[in-house]
Write a protein that binds this ligand. Sequence first.
Ligand code: ZN
Ligand code: ZN
Length: 114
Amino acid sequence: MADAPIEPTIPPSGDGCVECLAADGWWFHLRRCAACGHIGCCDSSPSQHASAHAHETGHWIITSFEPGEDWYYDYRADQMLEGPPLAPPEHHPLSQPTPGPAGKVPHDWQRHLH
Ligand SMILES: [Zn+2]
Ligand SMILES: [Zn+2]
């Protein structure tokens, strides 16, 4: 396993959480795997796909996929860290609502957060 699972040249997998889009789910905030570009939903989202991806793959470093956020987080060490700029886009499209995606979010979504 690589020491630092950050691959700055790999673009994000898409505009939204891979698993939520496949299952008609929805998310609160989006996270980007720094190793493979997988986009997953945050730990406040109903399905927590970003952390599931980290635990399944050993890709334990994520960054935010939200506009205006540039932090990195290391699941293994449970701490924030510095990271290099990644291949664009650096966040989901501004036209995409939070929570998202449009049309899939229940009206009482706040009750579903973790
Ligand atoms: Zn998800
Ligand atoms: Zn990954």
